[in-house]
Design a protein around this ligand. Structure first.
Ligand SMILES: [Mg+2]
Ligand SMILES: [Zn+2]
Length: 219
């Protein structure tokens, strides 16, 4: 059976809302069907949608949504691209936070964004300790590749908005175009990126400016 998200992908393909499609093919026992790989917007969570905390966001009460990010996500929803949050949550691996708490924070964030007219289609997170050597903790591209596989995403035409060097590097490793926001850890991380001579990313003040820039290019 095609995965559960398939019919929506097919609908999008039929009503022509997908921009610059690449075609993929699914073979099932009885049918051969085609669908369209769609570009997506990847968003880091802390420092982009909500305020970054050096001691981690450990509860919903500590999840302070940044001014303008709800409105930015509402405007972004009009693009009809999948919106995917990709977030490192090492406090789980460090034994500071449970997966249940992180999932509760994520779920409440998605709900609040939806109530404000925005849309987050998927949240994927890395629960591992930085020393675990996993393939999903950014700057590794694993979270992006997982989402691309699950949702049929055309990585080469997608964007990632993040506030850290690790976001920029994860995007580049997945073939996604990186946008660095100066909110959160962005100012300091931009210095690091320049020191490390990392190139080919766009810099904006915050998520609102990132969305304006993306919409101007893609609408
Ligand atoms: Mg961040
Ligand atoms: Zn991981």
């Amino acid at each position: 059976m095609p995965p559960r998200w398939f019919p929506r992908a097919l609908l999008r393909a039929r009503n022509g809302t997908c921009v610059r499609p690449a075609v993929g093919v699914v073979f099932t026992k009885e049918t051969v069907v085609t669908w369209v790989l769609r570009p997506a917007i990847f968003l880091d969570r802390d420092g982009v949608i909500n305020a970054n905390r050096s001691d981690y966001v450990k509860s919903w009460a500590e999840c302070e949504i940044l001014p303008g990010s709800q409105d930015a996500l509402r405007r972004l929803a009009a693009l009809h691209w999948p919106v995917v949050v990709v977030t490192n949550q090492s406090p789980i691996g460090r034994g500071i936070l449970s997966m249940e708490t992180v999932e509760e924070i994520n779920t409440r964030l998605v709900t609040v964004i939806a109530e404000a007219g925005g849309r987050i289609d998927l949240v994927v997170y890395c629960p591992h300790h930085p020393e675990a050597g996993c393939g999903c903790r950014k700057p590794q591209p694993g979270l992006l590749l997982y989402a691309a596989n699950a949702l049929g995403i055309d990585l080469g035409h997608s964007y990632l908005v993040g506030d850290a060097e690790s976001d920029v590097l994860a995007a580049q490793a997945a073939g996604v175009y990186p946008i660095l926001v100066l909110s959160g850890r962005g100012e300091h991380q931009l210095t690091l990126l320049r020191e490390h001579k990392v190139d080919h990313f766009h810099v904006v003040a915050d998520l609102s400016e990132a969305v304006t820039w993306i919409l101007a290019r893609e609408e």
